[in-house]
Write a protein that binds this ligand. Structure first.
Ligand SMILES: Cc1cc2nc3c(=O)[nH]c(=O)nc-3n(C[C@H](O)[C@H](O)[C@H](O)COP(=O)(O)OP(=O)(O)OC[C@H]3O[C@@H](n4cnc5c(N)ncnc54)[C@H](O)[C@@H]3O)c2cc1C
Length: 395
């Protein structure tokens, strides 16, 4: 077994690193403070083809393999989790349309999403509904050749600037997905500010009041909204967040290594204190373990193995909880400086906590992973009992 990037993947990684170091790292604290992502940066991202990373070349996309897409998310996440969130939600909608959209939806929307002419956001959560997404309260009613949407969506990443939303609503009790454009008169958009982390991700609440959309804006079939469209998009999102969490943890590690080589206490550099070295050791091991889980999930996605879904949950769970632990230690290592806005580690800690809540919280991943574990155990037990029976039958 070899775990090694191809020459092409290594080149792509170097390109991503250089872009992030030059264009993002020096300004990310400022984006956070201003709670906005400059449109010029989004244009740069689009120009580089990063917004179209997952889309096939026939629609103007980069057609990146899943490992390269993961590396992109790690690097952007290392620089700025808010910007990585844009990559996540935009890619989730692009992926959903690519997989479930009809021919004309794909031909109309995908090239626009690929070029960044159109920014997309993913609107599932509501004021009363988060983890229990099947219980969404937003409704869609068919009226003539239109659907009429009523309800509210909350915490919508880049909702302040998105041009189109993939909105989930109940249509006669069937959860379904619809495309709604921002300039629809039945849609009003209210910015949300003052979040704990990913502060530059321009969240919004969406209010639909008798919001009429053409019938052809239904994505997939009625009733496909949750089990197919949201589920596959969330799997993609989870993969992106898992890698983004590795990026946060890597940034914390790098900042801590640098800081402990610069600051002296008790006459020696911090890096000479064994308790500091213990924290650094744990950081290194956890970051590497998280990255390996992401590689595993990416590899399974690349070969179309259905186990990629559970492996992605495991990677997201481990990487996001690791990011929080590592960021917590990074702040500890930086002392008072770590609590100030002069250094980036406080931002990393705030952003890491968000990674534990989005795309299926830590507890939801724990429930899913434990269920999987028990199921695997039962399968193995019955398989070995079967083997034993076969053995008996043979003797
Ligand atoms: C910064 C940010 C950006 C976001 N962006 C988007 C977006 O773009 N689009 C979108 O649709 N949503 C978005 N969300 C919403 C996000 O998806 C939800 O926050 C998430 O699904 C959790 O839902 P909730 O916050 O309502 O928590 P709840 O579901 O109310 O859960 C509260 C707590 O209870 C725990 N819990 C829930 N159920 C169980 C259970 N069965 N057993 C044990 N514990 C449980 C949870 O883990 C959590 O700790 C965003 C959220 C944030 C913070």
């Amino acid at each position: 077994m070899r775990i090694e990037l191809t020459a092409q993947q290594k080149d792509a990684q170097s390109e991503f690193r250089a872009f992030v170091n030059e264009e993002i790292v020096p300004h990310a604290n400022c984006y956070e403070k201003e709670e906005r992502t400059p449109s010029k940066l989004i244009e740069q991202l689009a120009h580089k083809g990063y917004l179209s990373a997952v889309l096939p070349k026939e629609f103007g996309g980069k057609g990146m393999d899943m490992i390269t897409f993961g590396l992109l998310n790690e690097e952007i996440g290392r620089g700025c989790s808010s910007l990585r969130s844009l990559l996540t939600v935009h890619s989730m909608v692009a992926h959903a349309l690519c997989k479930w959209g009809n021919k004309s939806q794909k031909e109309y929307w995908l090239p626009k999403l690929a070029s960044g002419e159109v920014i997309a956001a993913f609107a599932l959560s509501e004021p009363n509904v988060g983890s229990d997404a099947k219980s969404i309260e937003t409704t869609a009613i068919l009226s003539g050749d239109s659907y009429i949407l009523n309800g509210h969506k909350k915490w919508i990443t880049y909702g302040q600037i998105a041009d189109v939303f993939l909105v989930f609503a109940q249509c006669a009790g069937k959860p379904s997905a619809f495309l709604v454009e921002k300039n629809n008169p039945g849609l009003s958009i209210k910015p949300i500010s003052g979040m704990l982390g990913v502060r530059a991700s321009m969240l919004a609440q969406l209010n639909f009041q008798d919001c009429r959309i053409p019938q052809e804006n239904l994505v997939g079939r009625l009733g496909f909204g949750f089990s197919y469209i949201a589920s596959s998009a969330l799997d993609y999102g989870r993969y992106s967040v898992a890698w983004g969490s590795v990026g946060i943890a890597q940034a914390c590690l790098e900042a801590s290594i640098q800081y402990t080589g610069e600051r002296k206490q008790f006459g020696v550099y911090l890096k000479e204190h064994q308790l500091i070295r213990q924290m650094i050791t744990q950081m290194i091991a956890n970051v590497k373990a998280a990255r390996l889980l992401c590689y595993q999930a990416g590899y399974l996605k690349e070969i179309g193995d259905p186990n990629s879904i559970i492996e992605t949950s495991i990677a997201k769970y481990f990487a996001s909880t690791t990011a929080t632990k590592v960021a917590n230690d990074a702040v500890q290592i930086h002392g008072a400086n770590g609590c100030s806005s002069e250094y980036s580690v406080a931002r990393y800690l705030r952003d890491a906590k968000i990674m534990e809540i989005i795309e299926g919280s830590t507890q939801i991943q724990q429930i899913t992973i434990a269920d999987y574990g028990y199921q695997e155990y039962r399968t193995q037990q019955s398989a070995s009992a079967g083997n034993y029976q076969n053995l008996l039958a043979r003797t």
